[in-house]
Design a protein around this ligand. Structure first.
Ligand code: GLY
Length: 567
């Protein structure tokens, strides 16, 4: 490449980086909601202004997203919630989907033991029993203010569904881009596509069946989804494949409070989600490794933002952490996940010993650790804080965009394809390229291993950052980079969530970067060190809040259509 082209691409790169990160965060003194939908963010703020707390707002935003963000926020899926309350209490709630009772480990394999293409992604058998309704109502019941009734909680979502809402250009184009996929199931086609024309900005999108389903939930609570008419519609939908999710599976669904994952990094405390998510443990484990490196680093070791050394170091940590994820992580109700190994500073130190800081390690040579001898991409995230300081971090998903593409006929919501997050066959990657072994094998009623990482960072025991992201396997590395962007690279929350990101995950043995995310020089240097560097689409879509003595600072990720509203 000649010098002029190199210089031009460097200037272009710097311009793009600065235009991404120049934006200021949104400020609020009394509360802040950051989500992927302007309508849903407004619903959250309205609930806060009506006297609700951040948990009420989180539940109301969850139901609103089921209407306004059909590709990811959906009552046909599940999620995780991490909260730090103003009274000091911390909780994490798991409302991940569960495998139906008739699931079995080889259900996605043909008679020769090969994966049946698409069965875990785009058929009725791809869906786990949805958890969102149980989880959102449980959080509201147990930790809501008591001021917001179920009708008030769900009223805005019902109105958005029944009266419709104006599509943004982003949402309209997402429908248009996915038209072929959305046309495969007749009910999905009827609701989400137009025969004669494409969707346009400001088209009013009404969802009458969904409004009726939400009304049944408002009237009957959990039973409005897991029993009665909605349950009947789900079971009827399953009849096209004989049977899959049945009445008993629905009735038996239960969301669970889990032991929060707690760690620390450079004087800050990290609170995040434990199994069946891998996110919290891996973020804490990688930050433990990084802290050790920072403590021992000499002056010619440059860990500045997206420098060669920085990306190389993150890649080496990620390589080791994801190797352990593959071997050791799963639903802890079914598998003895070695939490203490992931949280151990000694193990983090041990794991660093074979890193060469000048040369990439071959992932095939990286083995998972042994806790027993040592003793030791479509999802959505929203963040909320209220005037009392109750902080909530929620990541929710139906797995890939529009889940399995199947809408429950008559009920108006899309179903998840979360079963693909199980390991269908050891050594075969799922849609995120993630491998899984015995730990994450399919079993009846088990929850598939997730990467969702709703996280809260505390400073002096008070919320400092509320963070999370969609992005499948990249969620974990996105959350970690956002924490580092604020704590190590001194960025404001808007810069932190919008800056270019990188990702790696042991296998495939590659370093991914976003378009215009790394300069050609950095890419060349990484290649010289032995990294296989690849460009991909955007990595994650983080929606964060930063809290300081002045108030609340909302950082909506500039990658998507994200909206922060403060008041
Ligand atoms: N479905 C993506 C995840 O849970 O990680």
């Amino acid at each position: 490449m000649n010098d002029k082209i190199v210089k031009f691409s460097l200037i272009l790169f710097l311009f793009i980086v600065s235009s991404c990160s120049n934006k200021s965060p949104v400020f609020g003194e009394n509360g802040m909601v950051v989500s992927t939908s302007r309508h849903a963010s407004q619903v959250g703020i309205d609930i806060l202004q009506a006297g609700g707390n951040a948990i009420d707002a989180a539940a109301a935003v969850g139901f609103a997203l089921a209407v306004t963000s059909s590709s990811n926020g959906n009552i046909g899926g599940g999620g995780f919630m991490t909260a730090k309350l103003a009274n000091g209490e911390v909780f994490t709630l798991d409302y991940r989907e569960m495998a139906p009772k008739s699931a079995n480990r080889d259900m996605y394999l043909d008679k020769d033991g090969n994966i049946i293409k698409g069965k875990s992604r785009s058929t009725h058998f791809a869906s786990g029993v949805p958890g969102s309704v149980d989880g959102l109502l449980k959080a509201w019941r147990d930790y809501g203010s008591g001021v917001i009734s179920r009708d008030q909680l769900m009223g805005p979502a019902i109105k958005l569904a029944r009266e419709g809402f104006d599509l943004s250009i982003y949402e309209a184009e997402r429908f248009n881009k996915n038209k072929e996929r959305l046309s495969k199931h007749s009910e999905t086609k009827r609701i989400f596509t137009r025969d004669d024309r494409e969707w346009k900005k400001d088209d009013i999108f009404k969802q009458t069946d969904l409004a009726n389903t939400l009304e049944r939930i408002a009237k009957n609570g959990r039973d409005g989804f897991y029993k009665g008419e909605t349950a009947k519609l789900i079971v009827e939908e399953m009849k096209s494949v004989g049977s899959w999710i049945d009445y008993e599976d629905l009735e038996n669904y239960v969301s669970k409070y889990r032991q929060p994952v707690k760690g620390s990094f450079m004087g800050y405390e990290i609170i995040s989600m434990g199994p069946p998510s891998s996110g919290g443990l891996l973020v804490v484990h990688m930050l433990n490794m990084l802290e050790k490196i920072i403590e021992g680093k000499n002056s010619d070791f440059d860990l500045s933002f997206n420098s060669v050394h920085y990306i190389h170091t993150l890649t080496e940590l990620e390589r080791r952490a994801y190797a352990d994820r593959t071997e050791h992580m799963a639903d802890s109700d079914y598998w003895d996940v070695p939490n203490s190994m992931f949280l151990s500073h000694d193990y983090a130190h041990e794991r660093l010993k074979d890193i060469n800081f000048k040369k990439a390690t071959d992932s095939q040579l990286v083995e998972h650790g042994n806790p027993y001898s040592n003793q030791s991409e479509e999802t959505t995230h929203y963040s909320i804080i209220d005037s009392e300081g109750n902080a909530v971090s929620v990541t929710t998903t139906i797995n890939s965009g529009y889940g399995n593409g199947i809408t429950v006929t008559g009920a108006g919501f899309l179903l998840n394809n979360e079963m693909d997050d199980f390991s269908s066959k050891p050594g075969e990657p799922n849609m995120f390229g993630l491998l899984g072994n015995e730990a994450n094998a399919i079993e009846p009623k088990k929850r598939p291993l997730s990467s969702m990482t709703p996280t809260i960072v505390l400073k002096d025991d008070s919320p400092f950052l509320i963070l999370g992201s969609p992005g499948g396997s990249t969620i974990i590395t996105t959350v970690m980079q956002n924490i580092l962007n604020v704590i190590v690279h001194d960025m404001n929350i808007q810069e932190a969530v919008s800056s270019p990101r990188v990702h790696s995950q042991w296998l495939p043995d590659m370093v991914f970067h976003e378009k215009n995310g790394l300069s050609p020089e950095i890419i060349d240097e990484l290649k010289k060190m032995g990294h296989d560097v690849r460009m991909r689409g955007s990595i994650g879509e983080a929606n964060g809040i930063m809290i300081n003595e002045k108030g609340f600072w909302g950082g909506p990720d500039s990658r998507g259509e994200n909206t922060a509203i403060g008041y």
